[in-house]
Design a protein around this ligand. Structure first.
Ligand SMILES: Cc1cc2nc3c(=O)[nH]c(=O)nc-3n(C[C@H](O)[C@H](O)[C@H](O)COP(=O)(O)OP(=O)(O)OC[C@H]3O[C@@H](n4cnc5c(N)ncnc54)[C@H](O)[C@@H]3O)c2cc1C
Ligand code: SF4
Length: 432
């Protein structure tokens, strides 16, 4: 971590601090001895240390610290939910406002973008590990395994990047940030492009010392109501992927209903508005307080003019080939709570209504889509069961990310990959 000559920061990028703003923000850090921010960051970036480096003008050192701990550093610098991890833990928040750690993290890595990144790596061990899925969990694991000196074969259906590449809208995550991260990671693994199925999985299992499965949640849940088969009803991942890759092929019309109450439904609603829909209504069966969303996302949806219809759910999509309206039922909070601690919504008889619509986007969650993973134990919700070290029910097969814990965050998946890599390293070195 030597101090080197400084490369000029990229001051052209929107949302990135300039030098002066970064200096002012770095000076607000209290350098707490117990660093609650570092404990709260799932990949445990040494936050006071990198901020101290920025303060003393050592941006290369700061960027190295962040990148070495976080395989998708620029990506997290953009979309890590600042209200969830490091920032709410910041002691400075008790005095006035927390240090804007995520923005400093992004400033550090973007400032040093032109410089090659060299983490410390161990000599080759001769062991080989297969990583299945190149989203945040798979990439985080591959990066750590390579640092231990293991050969990594990374299998994915398409270029690496997972959900951030395919579905997260470009107005929140500029593609160049993700592509910069994945480009830097490319030298740590051998990439294999193709869809994994049962025969491919069998071959991979035979040819490696251990496996890490990180296939995420690829299957959209459906509403299971009449009319859902119509052309202008879109499962949310399909909608967001098409909006990113081929927006001109989407025919959503001017009135769009988004069904769901999570961050993904807000991304879909914001995307529909940006694609030109005049009226976008989010339909949610619970109240606003029960939405599992980040406040920045709901603010942005409101700013874009998205309407909210709370305590309502669709029970029929009406139309002739294409959607014309949605029959909705009014709901209210029931007396019992579900697993999430929120009241179970119950129907209000005689209070049905119609909402006119040209298209419907169904954003009510996703499931693991890997039907070829037959030999592994699953949880009640269909996620892959693992122990505290990410070991599945099959010896030598580890798993992590959303496929294990359900819809999460990029940094949580990276952390799973990182912790699993340590467990895999112990496992294969013990095996001899
Ligand atoms: C619309 C949306 C917005 C989000 N916004 C944010 C955000 O702002 N901030 C944040 O932190 N998190 C966000 N998230 C959550 C975050 O993207 C996920 O938690 C994270 O990507 C999960 O990582 P993963 O590696 O477990 O799985 P994934 O990212 O899903 O990666 C799995 C990979 O496995 C591949 N794969 C699956 N099956 C096969 C197969 N059979 N053969 C070959 N390859 C296969 C997939 O193509 C994919 O590349 C968002 C999620 C969505 C859907
Ligand atoms: S990765 Fe996320 S939680 Fe960790 S320091 Fe960066 S912004 Fe904070």
């Amino acid at each position: 971590m030597q101090r080197e000559e400084r490369t000029p920061p990229d001051k052209t990028a929107p949302g990135v601090f300039d030098d002066r703003r970064a200096q002012v923000e770095a000076e607000r850090c209290l350098y707490c001895f117990d660093a609650p921010c570092t404990s709260a960051c799932p990949v445990h970036i040494d936050i006071p240390a990198f901020i101290a480096m920025l303060r003393s003008g050592n941006a290369p050192g700061a960027a190295w610290l962040v990148r070495n701990a976080n395989a998708l550093a620029d990506t997290c610098g953009r979309i890590c939910p600042s209200e969830v991890y490091c920032q709410p833990a910041c002691t400075r928040g008790k005095q006035d406002a927390p240090v804007r750690i995520r923005e400093l993290h992004l400033y550090a890595t973007r400032s040093e973008r032109a410089r090659e990144f060299h983490p410390g790596t161990s000599p080759p061990t001769g062991k080989s590990v297969a990583v299945l899925g190149a989203g945040p969990a798979g990439l985080g694991c591959a990066f750590e395994l390579a640092k231990f000196g293991h050969h990594v074969d990374l299998y994915n259906d398409g270029p690496p990047g997972g959900v951030p590449l395919k579905s997260i809208p470009p107005f929140r995550l500029p593609e160049e940030d993700l592509v910069h991260d994945t480009g830097m990671l490319g030298r740590f693994f051998t990439a294999h492009d193709g869809t994994i199925d049962a025969p491919v999985f069998g071959g991979i299992t035979r040819n490696h010392d251990a496996l890490f499965i990180a296939v995420g949640l690829g299957r959209d849940r459906s509403l299971g109501i009449p009319g859902e088969e119509m052309e202008s009803v879109f499962p949310v991942l399909e909608f967001l992927e098409t909006a990113k890759k081929r927006p001109h092929t989407l025919r959503i019309g001017s009135r769009v209903i988004v069904v769901g109450g999570g961050n993904v439904s807000l991304d879909a609603a914001a995307t529909a508005r940006r694609l030109g829909a005049a009226e976008v209504t989010l339909l949610y069966r619970r109240g606003e307080q029960q939405m599992l969303v980040w406040s920045a996302e709901i603010r942005e949806a409101r700013r874009l003019g998205v309407e909210f219809r709370f305590h309502a759910k669709p029970f029929e999509i009406v139309g002739r080939g294409r959607v014309e309206s949605v029959k909705c039922r009014t709901m209210r909070p029931g007396g019992e709570n579900d697993d999430s601690g929120r009241p179970v919504p119950v129907e209000v008889p005689g209070a049905d209504f119609f909402l006119p619509a040209d298209s419907v986007i169904v954003a009510i969650g996703q499931d693991v889509s890997a039907d070829w993973l037959t030999g592994l134990s699953r949880t009640k919700k269909g996620f892959i069961s693992v122990d505290g070290k990410f070991q599945s029910s099959m010896a030598g097969v580890f798993a992590g990310g959303d496929a294990v814990s359900g819809e999460g965050t990029v940094v949580r998946s990276l952390a799973h990959g990182k912790q699993a890599a340590r467990a895999i390293h112990e496992y294969i070195m013990r095996k001899g």
